[in-house]
Design a protein. Sequence first.
Length: 121
Amino acid sequence: MKKFYFFYYILLAVTAHACNDDSAEPTGGPCSYTTKIYTATVIDIEKKDSTHADIFFRINDEAGNLYRDSVSWFIENNNWLEISQVEKDSILTGKKYKYQVDKIKTGSCDPDIEKLTLEKF
């Protein structure tokens, strides 16, 4: 009976080690992207309650053409902004921020990544 448990534990250890191979490439493999930075202009600040707000942006490409209209901070980032942060960072209608667009060149990762930030343009 002890022999059975010994072989059972050896089999379990070998299986666990085989499943935990860190040398394998991550899913999607190495990917490279072409990155463009667009202008995100604040078009509206909407208070949601006494402590939170949503900001709406218009995104223009590098030629000044409309890329996206009425982009919500909440929809893009899945959280409201604190009104204290809006005031501290002087976020006002007309101010410009960065909107990053990454398009895949090689690999099989997420083909399009778009990110709205509060980094000044």
